[in-house]
Design a protein around this ligand. Sequence first.
Ligand SMILES: NC(=O)c1ccc[n+]([C@@H]2O[C@H](COP(=O)([O-])OP(=O)(O)OC[C@H]3O[C@@H](n4cnc5c(N)ncnc54)[C@H](O)[C@@H]3O)[C@@H](O)[C@H]2O)c1
Length: 426
Amino acid sequence: MATHDLPSYLDPNHLGPWGTYLQQVDRVTPYLGPLARWAETLKRPKRTLIVDVPIELDNGEIAHFEGYRVQHNTSRGPGKGGVRFHQDVTLAEVMALSAWMSIKNAAINLPYGGAKGGVRVDPRQLSRGELERITRRYTSEIGIIIGPTKDIPAPDVNTNAQIMAWMMDTYSMNEGSTATGVVTGKPISLGGSLGRTEATGRGVFVAAGEAALRHGVNLRGSRVSIQGFGNVGSTAARLFHEAGAKVVAVQDHTGSIHCDAGIDIHDLLSHTQSHDGVAGYGAADAVDNADFWRLDCDILVPAALESQITAANAGDIKARIVVEGANGPTTPGADDILTERGVLIVPDVLANAGGVTVSYFEWVQDFSSFFWSEDEINQRLERIMREAFAAVWQVAADNKVSLRTAAFIVACTRILQAREVRGLYP
Ligand SMILES: NC(=O)c1ccc[n+]([C@@H]2O[C@H](COP(=O)([O-])OP(=O)(O)OC[C@H]3O[C@@H](n4cnc5c(N)ncnc54)[C@H](O)[C@@H]3O)[C@@H](O)[C@H]2O)c1
């Protein structure tokens, strides 16, 4: 019997990043051998929860926000993935992000499925009290499906350690016992892990180093452009800068800046701490956001949002290597253009896996109540990133495919093997 191509709750004309993900699955299916008969399971999230998040604003009004938690796949372990607060969050976006978490966790071989959450709100418009009330009500609403052995949220765009602390507290109060393992990316005082805040940016930097080594680029002295100067972008920028690379351009939601001689990242970090973003930074030139993509550089790190590198700007990109710090920054059309031009793309599911890797360390430390040193964490993180990179590189060479398709081959094989050996319930 034929099944429907798309779930009825999606609009085929507005699939957004979910459409990108579906194309990525189609590209990997021919490489899955007999497991391909299970591939349809990758195209449907296991569980999708949409919740209403009402709060009383400081001015006495009642406001309602839309919240989501999607568990894409839990064949290999509990759901794992961040929570995003952004005014443009949609169900299709959260679905795609949850699916990329399944792929990422399997590609790096962490014992997790994939999940993601979001609230459709611009947190910059909220007071601290309003932000806390939204976080707590959202956590209560999704409390029926999350838990340390069910689904473990973490920070993503516009969420941080404080928000994880409120989530952990809300869940624990509802459960009647302190459950530190329900979220990762917590403050250290609550069972957070050393190195977690920096982990994604550190992983991006390690992945860039591995790519540079194999693609004939000397990291020292190389020119790097970075879109996004938040948690991921700013950490990666600092590590590139400290390793002797020149960060020549940075773009964030406030604008784009450029300095051919290299930007002093420590100085830019102090600027962004006292301003809303990179705009207005005096020691670099302001450039048009559209021109950012045309700037000369060796390594480009998109570390902001999805669908930033498209068929419209891929032809202008000068970089020899693109390292995807963000999730889903490159559309399939742009992927093809860049690949044809010989640009090496290190895909998100590999490049930004450092965050979830240290989240995994945090979860393990919480369960055993035994905490590791920062050096131990960084060393284990770097080893896992390097080994995963080498394994994906080999699969790409063996099958003559891109690193993205190779990462999907590794991941989808692991997910579908688990699916097959577990069997369908009941
Ligand atoms: N935080 C993590 O551990 C983690 C892990 C894996 C992947 N990611 C991905 O990395 C990306 C960035 O996450 P983050 O945690 O650094 O978020 P963040 O909120 O700390 O930073 C986001 C950055 O993107 C910039 N930005 C937002 N809109 C923009 C626009 N339209 N144009 C240019 N810049 C814009 C913001 O100014 C900010 O500098 C996201 O795609 C996220 O899913 C994050």
